[in-house]
Each structure stands twice: as C-alpha cells, then as structure tokens.
Design a protein around this ligand. Structure first.
Ligand SMILES: Nc1ncnc2c1ncn2[C@@H]1O[C@H](COP(=O)(O)OP(=O)(O)OC[C@H]2O[C@@H]([n+]3cccc(C(=O)O)c3)[C@H](O)[C@@H]2O)[C@@H](O)[C@H]1O
Ligand SMILES: Nc1ncnc2c1ncn2[C@@H]1O[C@H](COP(=O)(O)OP(=O)(O)OP(=O)(O)O)[C@@H](O)[C@H]1O
Ligand SMILES: NC(=O)CC[C@H](N)C(=O)O
Length: 722
C-alpha cells in the first residue's frame, strides 16, 4: 500500500487584501500539517484574491504576491508538505495565472494556466495569457529579491508534473477541467496519480452537480486522486464563491467541504491508498494500451517520498454520499453568507430594507433573518472571527455577544413599510409587520402621502396641472407619473433613513440599503428606474420569481417565519394605483405576461442565445399544444418590445448576487446594447412570414419537445424549422 494524506481548503479571500489572504493561507497550511497531510492545495489566485480584475494589470499586485509567497517560503510552512499556492506571475512580458508548487522552502515548479475561463462572469483573457508551449518546461528566473532570499535562481515553468520517488503529482487549473480536452487525461497516461485543481468558481443555483460530475468523471474511468480547492465567500464583487473543496478517489467522493459557510478557513483532509489507483489502471486494458503509446509530458524530479507504507495508525477515507443543498437552501445560504461578508467588510452597521409585505422584499428580509441565524449558530460553534465581527457590527459592550438571532436582527436590521393611499391595504401592512416581528428587525411604518402630495402640489404650482389616475379618467402618462412619484419617494426615504436612523438610536456608522427587484422584473423592465430597486446591494436580483416563491414556502417552515406562507399565497401587486371595486393592480396583468412565461423567455436569449426568430420557433414547439403560431408570435413580440425599451434600466441595476445563468445584469454578465429599435422590423417580419406559412394551414404544433424546462433541447440547435 502507498498511503497518502492530502488536504485541500475553502478560503474566504478578499481581492487585494494581502494581509487577510496571507493569514488564511498560513492558517490553512498549519491546519493541514497539523492533520499530518503531505500535500496542501489552495484556491486559484489565492494570494491576491480571485476577483482583482483590472488590478491584475498593476505590477504592484504581482509584486505583492511574490512578497507574500516569500514570507511563506522563509518560514517553516512548507517543511515536509507540498503546497500549491495560487498567484499571478509575470514571465518576460506576459502575465500568467499560476499554481506555484512549493516544498521544503523551495519552489519546485510553476504551472501556468493553459485554458483560461473567458465566458459568462469570467474574462481572464483580459488579464492573463494562456500558456501554449505544451511540449517542454522552460527555465524561469525568479525575481531578484525572491532569488536572493530563497537562494534559488530559477525554477521549471510550464506544463508538466512532479515525479516524487513514490508517486507523480500534477496541477490542473480550474477551467482546464471543463475544457473539451482536459490535461488530466494525458497526465494520467503519463502516470500522474494525484491531481491538484485550484479554483475560483462561483455559485449558481443548481450548478454544483455539473462541477462534481466533471471531477468524478476525471478519475472514474482512468483512476486517480483528484483534489479540488475553491474560494468561499464574497471577495468584493457580485459573485459568491461556493467552496465545496473536495477529494475524489477513482470517481468516488471521499471528503467534501461545505458549500456555504461563514468560516474564513476550512481544511478538508483525506487519507487515500495510491495502490487503489494503480490497481484500477492496471485492470483497464484500453488505459494500458493508450498509456503505452502516450505523448510524453515533461516532469520535474524530486527525490523525496510522500507516502507511508501500510500501518494500522492510518485509516482510509471511505466514499461519501455527496451533500447537495436544495435550491431553496441555496437561496437562503448563498445570499445569506454573501450579505454577511459584504456587511462585515463594508464597515456598515447593518441593513435597511423597504419592506412592502410582497414576495420579493419579504424574501430579502428572510435572507437577512437567515444570515442572523447563521451568525448566532457559528458563534455558538466557537468561531472567534464571526464573534468578533458580530460584536463590532452589533455594537455590543461588556463581554456581550449575539446568542439569539432575533436580538441580533433588532440591532442590525431596519425594515420600513412605506404606505401610500394605494398600498395601505391592511393586508400588506400587517404582512410586513408580522414578518418583521418574526425575524426580529426594528420595524417602522411610515405614510408617504404627505410627501407625495407635496410634490404633486409643487407640480401643480409649476404647471397648473393636477394629475389623475387612469381609473379616475387620467391618461397613461399621468397614471405612470403618479406611480413613479410614489416609487421614487420610497427610494429617497430609504437612503435618508439608512444614513440617519443609526444616529437617532445612538449607534455608530451607516446602514446599507437593500434592494429586492427580481430577475424577471429586470428582464421585462417592470420596475421604476431609480425607485426602491435602486439600492446599495440586492441579494435576489438574479433569482426568478418562481424560485423565490418556492423559497418562501421553504423558509416559512425551515427558517421559522411562518407568515411567509401567506405572503407567498398573495397575488403579486405593485399597489401603486388606487384599489377600486372594479380595479386592482396585478403584476401579471400589468406586464401582459406571467412570471412563468418570463422564466421561459429569460432562458432563451441568454442561455440558448436565441434571437426573436429562433425564440419564436422554439416556443412554437414548447407551447404548440395549446397555442397557434400567431398567438406565440404575439407573445414573443410583446416580450421583445418591453425587453428592448427597458434595457436601459439594466445599466443602473443595483449590484446583485449572481445566482442565475439568465441574469440580464448588464454590467458584468449579460453584455448588450441598451438602445434598441424596439420594433425589431427585420426580425418581426420574419416571424410574420413564418406565422403566415403555418397558421394558414391551421397546424397546431403539437408534441412539445423535451418536457422539463423545455427550452434546452430545441433551442440549443436553434434555427431548425418546426
Ligand atoms: N432609451 C432610453 N435610454 C435611457 N433612458 C431612457 C430610455 N428610454 C426611457 N428612458 C428613461 O426612463 C424613464 C422611464 O422609465 P421609468 O421612469 O422607470 O418609467 P416607466 O418604465 O415608464 O414606468 C415604470 C413601470 O414600472 C412599473 N412598476 C411596476 C411595479 C412596481 C413598480 C415600482 O417602482 O414599485 C413599478 C410601473 O407600473 C410602470 O409600468 C424615462 O422617463 C427616461 O428618463
Ligand atoms: N409599501 C411599501 N413599503 C415599503 N417598501 C415598498 C412598498 N412598496 C414597494 N416597496 C419597495 O419597492 C420595491 C419595488 O416595488 P414593487 O411594487 O415593484 O414590488 P415587487 O418587486 O413586487 O416586490 P414586493 O414583492 O416586495 O412587493 C419593493 O420590493 C419594496 O422594497
Ligand atoms: N476560474 C475558472 O476557471 C472558472 C471555471 C468554470 N467556469 C467554473 O465556474 O467553475
């Protein structure tokens, strides 16, 4: 037997905070060594933080990374343990995203990333170059101060592996795992038994499965020990890196770290037998055949052993049942942990939320409540960092600290119901108050009518015109104007209260304003620009209404906020128009589309890259059992009209937690123009031609393809005629 103890970790790094990052790295190595591990893997670009973005273009960033690495190498951290440390490295004039492999106070090899992540949220090619010289390792001259301090002039740089006396170990950097031809296949044929994958991978609802499938697939049929390390937390942007560092042996998970946590450092250790890898490989004839004619990959020899031989002090890690969170839990814990990092790092003293008693703002309130519950639980588990942060944010004195989530919420969370004559239905007012009581927030109930009427009087004095709602005989313009005044006043009041309420209550600092518009409203623009959707941050901005409603049902039971069940059951309404016996304002009626339809529309342009015409064709298949092509055409045109006239609103969307692959967020994710010809003359004409062709025959497009979410199957090959 060749027994090996390995450690990987989740680290909560913060882009550009070198002290924080270095401390976490040192702590993780200390814990890995304490557990007896001989390999320690850390996440991608862990010294700088993954999300430094254009700071990577600054030479300072790379210099500071070397300074931190020097500090690690000058101490005893790497004694007897192979450490993979992620950082940027400049070689000649190019900058590479690297795993620096260190052992016994020396750098053994530098492995630059060969396939960069450059889609969706990722744009690594803006800062890094891919390493292309796959066939040999080159000599890298260490920067003079490093070289002097380590008494080491140069180090092998490039694609290759480290050959120890008793095993071979290689790095595979994040995206490389997901590439069509991942390096681990060739490395396995070259005898590499242990793979170290450093990641910067973000949370997205229902995504973990894809990641684990790739890791399991990497070693299932070709054998190997696959170590995966990821960041965990908000490192300064919209993404939440969702940990899940793990170790997989021959396709089975034997150690798995948490996906969501408030911890700064979590070390995951596994004890494995490398003979299980060689034995599996020896039993697969095709592996043997391909290995016998492999392309040789370069290696660096290290004359040390990593493994122990058979002994009874060493137990082997057994295969685990993989831990998956439900999507509802993902919504509670991902945004909850992201909010905590944001709060503790922003210097704010809490959050303020305009709480309407509707589904969206109530979801945000529940997520803050969940955050408070997580904080109290983590303190009870003995986490000193969370305790110190909570004492500072909650302004506790005399050795006090949070022990009850409602008491903690009272200190750090204001909720404000801002009723107007249209929204003061007793039902929504009471829903907001009951929920606030359940969560424990400091709740205020304000009437904004006097401010609204002051503005209307000013307008009348200025123009001589008095505005009327449509139900009172006013025009569309008046109707919208009246709604938007209320909506925007709420935003102004929210910011005023967030900055001044702490002063009123003798608390230090300021509160962050939370927004709560959801992804569907963003897509079709059903929100007032610069209203309460304009806040400091928004934890649900890329979550669909459908998912939020599921979350509310779950949270009513699992977070103990039972009033959320009533909130979920109420029909969504903006409550900006007067309620009359023959008129009440409902979102879906106002928008001319349902939230269910919006969830479908959302996926087609972004995930499946459909323009209006292929969206029409795909929906003919999906909805053909119940709608004629001309009815589908009307819906598609309606969506694209509102999508395009309101796209400008996405440019000022409040920074939101990224949770969905169809987020329309314009700043970092879904890059599109914001001035459109909203008549789409060319595309709509094409749709009309198709409608004429098919409606003429009265062909019903029966047999919706795919089922399930139904958008994938046909859309992926978009363009096929129905
Ligand atoms: N192409 C363009 N590029 C840049 N900016 C452009 C623009 N076109 C208009 N604009 C600007 O946008 C303005 C129009 O947008 P906006 O002021 O939002 O107003 P608008 O989109 O006309 O109305 C807001 C809509 O949101 C609905 N709503 C529903 C539920 C809740 C809430 C709520 O807020 O609570 C609102 C409300 O019923 C209404 O349908 C224009 O006055 C102009 O300033
Ligand atoms: N009466 C109110 N009191 C406090 N805040 C409000 C009120 N009405 C609206 N808001 C705030 O403005 C945001 C946008 O209002 P809108 O009517 O579009 O609600 P929504 O997006 O359907 O959200 P919700 O489901 O929370 O009502 C709300 O999420 C809420 O934060
Ligand atoms: N940093 C990366 O290479 C990201 C890889 C991949 N797109 C992920 O989300 O995991």
């Amino acid at each position: 037997m060749r027994l090996l103890k390995v450690a990987t970790c989740n680290l909560n790094q913060w882009a550009m905070d070198f002290d924080c990052n270095l401390n976490n790295i040192k702590e993780s190595i200390t814990r890995a060594k304490g557990a007896g591990a001989v390999i320690r893997l850390g996440p991608e670009l862990e010294i700088t933080g993954y999300g430094c973005e254009d700071h990577f273009l600054e030479l300072d960033t790379v210099t500071h990374a070397w300074e931190c690495l020097k500090e690690i190498l000058l101490g005893d951290w790497t004694d007897g343990i192979l450490c993979s440390i992620g950082m940027p490295v400049i070689k000649g004039s190019e900058r590479y995203n690297c795993q620096v492999l260190c052992f016994n106070r020396k750098i053994i090899m530098i492995r630059p990333k060969m396939w960069l992540a450059n889609d969706g949220n990722y744009r690594e090619l803006r800062w890094f170059t891919t390493w292309k010289q796959k066939d040999h390792l080159v000599d890298f001259q260490l920067p003079p101060e490093i070289s002097e301090a380590l008494s080491q002039k140069s180090v092998p740089f490039g694609y290759g592996y480290i050959q120890f006396l008793d095993t071979a170990v290689a790095a595979e950097v994040c995206e490389e795992l997901f590439a069509p031809m991942p390096p681990h296949a060739e490395l396995a044929l070259n005898g590499v038994e242990v793979f170290m994958n450093a990641n910067g991978s973000h949370h997205q609802l229902r995504k973990l499965d894809l990641r684990l499938h790739a890791i399991i697939g990497a070693t299932h049929t070709r054998g190997g020990v696959y170590m995966y390390s990821n960041h965990q937390g908000c490192d300064g942007g919209r993404l939440y890196f969702d940990g899940c560092s793990c170790v997989v042996v021959n396709g089975e998970v034997v150690a798995q770290g948490s996906q969501f946590s408030l911890k700064d450092v979590e070390v995951v250790v596994a004890q494995v037998d490398l003979d299980a890898v060689s034995s599996l490989r020896g039993s697969i004839s095709s592996f043997q055949e391909q290995a016998s004619c492999k392309t040789r990959v370069s290696s660096v020899a290290v004359s040390s052993n990593l493994c122990q031989s058979f002994n009874l002090k060493f137990s082997l890690s057994s295969p685990l049942k993989i831990m998956y969170h439900s999507p509802e839990e993902e919504i509670a814990f991902g945004p909850g942990c992201w909010l905590w990092d944001y709060l503790r790092r922003s210097g704010a003293s809490g959050f303020l939320l305009p709480l309407s008693g509707g589904a969206d703002s109530s979801s945000v309130a529940a997520i803050v409540g969940c955050m408070c519950q997580l904080v109290v639980k983590e303190i009870a588990n003995g986490d000193e960092q969370v305790k110190a942060d909570a004492i500072r944010i909650g302004n506790y004195s005399d050795q006090q600290f949070p022990t009850d989530s409602k008491e903690f919420a009272k200190r750090i969370f204001y909720t404000v119901y801002m009723g107007s004559e249209n929204s003061s239905s007793e039902a929504t007012r009471m829903r907001a108050k009951t929920l606030a009581d359940e969560i424990g927030s400091w709740h205020l109930d304000v009437c904004i009518d006097s401010v609204v009427s002051a503005l209307l009087s000013l307008f009348q004095a200025l123009t001589g015109k008095r505005l009327r709602y449509k139900v009172d005989g006013g025009s569309n313009i008046e109707n919208l104007g009246l709604q938007n005044i209320q909506a925007r006043i709420r935003m102004v009041l929210a910011f005023m209260l967030a900055s001044l309420l702490p002063w009123v209550h003798n608390k230090p600092g300021f509160y962050l304003v939370l927004g709560s518009s959801n992804v569907d409203e963003g897509l079709c623009g059903y929100l007032t620009k610069y209203d309460c959707s304009s806040a400091d941050i928004n934890p649900v901005g890329s979550i669909s209404k459908q998912d939020l409603r599921m979350f509310l049902q779950w949270a009513a039971i699992n977070l103990g906020y039972s009033s959320l069940a009533d909130i979920e059951a109420a029909p969504p309404t903006a409550e900006l128009e007067p309620i009359r016996s023959n008129h009440s304002q409902l979102d879906e009626v106002d928008m001319g589309m349902t939230y269910e339809e919006l969830s479908v529309y959302g996926g087609l342009p972004k995930i499946f890259r459909c323009g209006p015409v292929s969206m029409f064709k795909n929906l003919c298949y999906r909805w053909g059992a119940t709608l004629t092509p001309s009815e589908v055409a009307v819906k598609v045109k309606h969506f694209f009209k509102y999508y395009s006239i309101n796209r400008h609103k996405m440019t000022v969307l409040t920074p939101s937690y990224h949770a969905e692959s169809y987020s329309p967020e314009d700043n970092r994710f879904d890059h599109r123009q914001f001035l459109y010809n909203s008549r789409w003359p060319y595309q709509f004409r094409k749709i009309d031609q198709l409608v004429k062709e098919f409606d003429g025959d009265k062909v019903a497009f029966k047999g919706s393809v795919g089922g399930g979410n139904g958008m994938g199957v046909v859309a992926a090959s978009s363009g096929g005629d129905p």
